[in-house]
Write a protein that binds this ligand. Structure first.
Ligand SMILES: [Zn+2]
Length: 248
């Protein structure tokens, strides 16, 4: 059996403490929620694993679900459950890259157990257009590229690759999750001119159907992707040179 690269995206943990909140005229329940040990909300509306939309800041006047702010869309993606800041799915909303709200990834097996009620099987699957939107939203602007590893003589800052991938994925075509991951993918890192010096971390390889890519960081999407647009984005001479020979 060939060895495949496990998807290197960590799932988050979620814990919550319900408490009774005294509103204008009656009491209602809110949750204090931590994700990976950090406070996510002190006034979250109670949620179930089957909820396709969650409300980060519940209304502290009436406690009625849907009356608060900070909505996240909840979607299934393979063995994971993802939370997407809802406004980001609307391309009309302008957001600076530096101030994007976080995208959360949970393990499907843990999600129902963490929340205790409802089934994640009822959640909608992440659609192709949502996938594309997420990738483009969290893809850093080319101006932030500092270096690329492995080194690329024609693109020492990685900016050209960032720009190319953005251009290709902004066009029309298909991006689809693939079930058969490539056998010997290469890892590409692009240093970013941001606080904490983060890096884009992408994997590119080939399976029998063609070129596949996984975005592990900047952007982050826990699945292998294929399709014509991924091929156009990554079948560049620079990447072709790095891929192990003897495939396809
Ligand atoms: Zn209200």
């Amino acid at each position: 059996m060939p060895e495949f690269l496990p998807i290197p995206i960590k799932s988050s943990s979620l814990t919550y403490e319900p408490y009774q909140f005294s509103g204008e005229s009656y009491f209602f329940w809110l949750w204090r929620v931590e994700i990976d040990g950090e406070v996510f909300s002190k006034t979250m509306s109670p949620i179930q694993a089957s909820d396709a939309r969650v409300e980060r800041y519940g209304c502290t006047n009436c406690g009625v679900a849907g009356d608060g702010t900070g909505f996240y869309a909840v979607r299934r993606l393979g063995g994971r459950v993802v939370w997407i800041y809802e406004e980001l799915l609307d391309f009309e909303t302008v957001r600076e890259f530096e101030n994007l709200p976080e995208f959360f990834v949970f393990d499907r097996n843990d999600y129902g157990a963490m929340l205790g009620a409802g089934s994640d099987a009822e959640l909608p699957e992440l659609t192709m257009s949502e996938m594309r939107t997420l990738i483009l939203r969290y893809l850093p602007p080319a101006s932030l590229g500092l270096y690329i590893n492995p080194e690329c003589p024609y693109d020492p800052s990685g900016s050209a690759l960032l720009k190319h991938v953005h251009l290709v994925l902004s066009g029309s075509g298909d991006i689809t999750p693939v079930s058969e991951p490539p056998e010997r993918p290469i890892e590409i890192r692009i240093g970013l001119d941001l606080p904490g010096a983060p890096e884009c971390c992408w994997f590119v390889g080939k399976n029998d159907a063609g070129t596949c890519a996984m975005f592990a960081a900047f952007p982050k999407l826990p699945c292998w992707l294929g399709g014509q647009q991924i091929a156009t984005a990554f079948d560049t001479p620079g990447i072709e040179r790095l891929l192990p020979q003897g495939q396809n």
